[in-house]
Design a protein around this ligand. Sequence first.
Ligand SMILES: [Zn+2]
Length: 269
Amino acid sequence: MEVTYGVLVFIVGLAIGSYLNVCIFRIPKEDSTVFQPSRCPICNTRLKPVDLIPLLSYLLARGKCRYCRQKISPRYFLVELLAGILSVVLYFQWGWTIDLAAFLFLSYVLIVVLFIDAEHMIIPDELVIAGLCAGGVLLIYNLFRPFQIYADRNWWNPLLGLVIGSGFLLAVLLIGTALYKSDEVMGLGDVKLMAPIGLFLGWRMTLLALFISVVLGGLFSLVLILIGRATRKSVIPFGPFIVLGTLISILWGWKIVHWYLEIGHIMLP
Ligand SMILES: [Zn+2]
């Protein structure tokens, strides 16, 4: 029975992934993401239902548009697959709970943030606002029943997450700007993005998410510099690493913390 639901959640996740693709393509252009038929991003031909089956349409057409034969970005396939897999993994982790609904919503918003920031180096305000609204609902919900990831009943836990998350990056932004006399150290978008994430994760997991994103971002930059694809002056968007750090914290955050504490006990008896 659980497996049947899992398959169902996966299929719904794929369908939502295909809507997320629309958001990733249209939000930076300030186009409506609803009330508009789907079109080929290259030749603008209106797509038929058969062209819109998640994963399959892309595979059957071998990654090309059926009308203009131009190559379609593998991002379309990747986003659908990512949304499908995340949905089903989160379902098996949280079951039919408010926690599931909350983390599904946050993950979908973050997938859109990841791909828009990677390509355009911006984090659109509407995505941050959508996250803040849902985070506000969570804040109220937490007054009645503790949101599981917070690990305590304190009503201020999500607010502290917001302050720590955005505050840390704001400090980095201000110090970096003062030191390097350049405003390209980090965008204000990253600071804003941490606000809804803090509300969803609470202060403990927000700290972990920040830590993981700094490590991943640093490693990625280092690899790019070592293989000669970037210099120390290159600007690399940080948003995608915040998204990855957050998703990892949602999925395995407490496991990582417990594992770390156990290692600490072995090393410091
Ligand atoms: Zn086309």
